[in-house]
Design a protein around this ligand. Sequence first.
Ligand code: G3H
Ligand code: 13P
Ligand code: ZN
Length: 312
Amino acid sequence: MSLVNTKKMFQKAYKYGYAIGAFNVNNMEIIQGIVKAADELKSPIILQASSGARKYAGSLYLKKLVEAAVESTDIPIALHLDHGDSFELCKNCIDSGFTSVMIDGSSLEYEKNIEITKKVCEYAHKYDVTVEGELGSLSGIEDSVSVEAEKAFYTNPEQVEDFVKQTGVDSLAIAIGTSHGAYKFKPTQKPNLRFDILEEIQLKLPNFPIVLHGASSVVPDFVDEINNFGGKLGNAIGIPEEMLKKAASMAVCKINVDSDLRLAMTAKIRKNLYEHPENFDPRKYLSCARDAITEIVKHKIINVMNSENRAL
Ligand code: G3H
Ligand code: 13P
Ligand code: ZN
């Protein structure tokens, strides 16, 4: 099967109350591990590359690796640009065969965000490429922030209808309490997502696909394994899976996972090298890492996305 855009994936996900897992890719083992999991569970998936990933692997390498992966399966796969920060970057990805792009104007003034998102949509739609925009701030919210100031971080439901109408965007990333990386909450904080805001947004935008970034659970077993084998990760805390599962049953059609993949790989590589100090063959510890990716992606597909057997 060739790469697809996210249109049909999201329509079905919305209708049947599940989400598509969007997994960040940086190298061959990650791509192979994710696609094996999705293929075995017959789940549609999104493979996404950040500009950091493109810098690390080279965009041509990433594109060719994804093409090879797509040839090995008939599940629907979209290749998505994660956090595009300029029109030129989005255009470059569209021109080189990405089927979906994100233009992240969330740090800009509202009107500037509309302007750049609209420009990307106009270009992308000519090539049948879908576009994700973002409204709201994903940085972690400190304990000390007042209720009034806290409001500024979250997506304002009063803006979403106008934003979607003016830009023509196909999906919208929102801020309801998730954040990037492995330190989403302080140990003194209770992990919380603002489902009331999600509900308000869903009412304003019926049948419209919503995206959650920063949605790793920061699996405690991986954190412990890393720390047990020489790592120092401190108080890494993520989003509880039941909350993500609930979001997937609502308007959330795309859930981004990167940190949990990094943690899974790092844990297994550390353990493998510790247990086999004589080994200096990267294929041995990288195949452990690849298997760990398959395992965690399967876990997410079944326990968070609910997207098993949805590839038909
Ligand atoms: O949202 C960001 C992703 O986790 C990608 O991170 O820029 O380090 O590749 P990166
Ligand atoms: P995590 O850091 O929670 O995995 O989020 C990844 C993400 O949102 C990529 O865009
Ligand atoms: Zn993100």
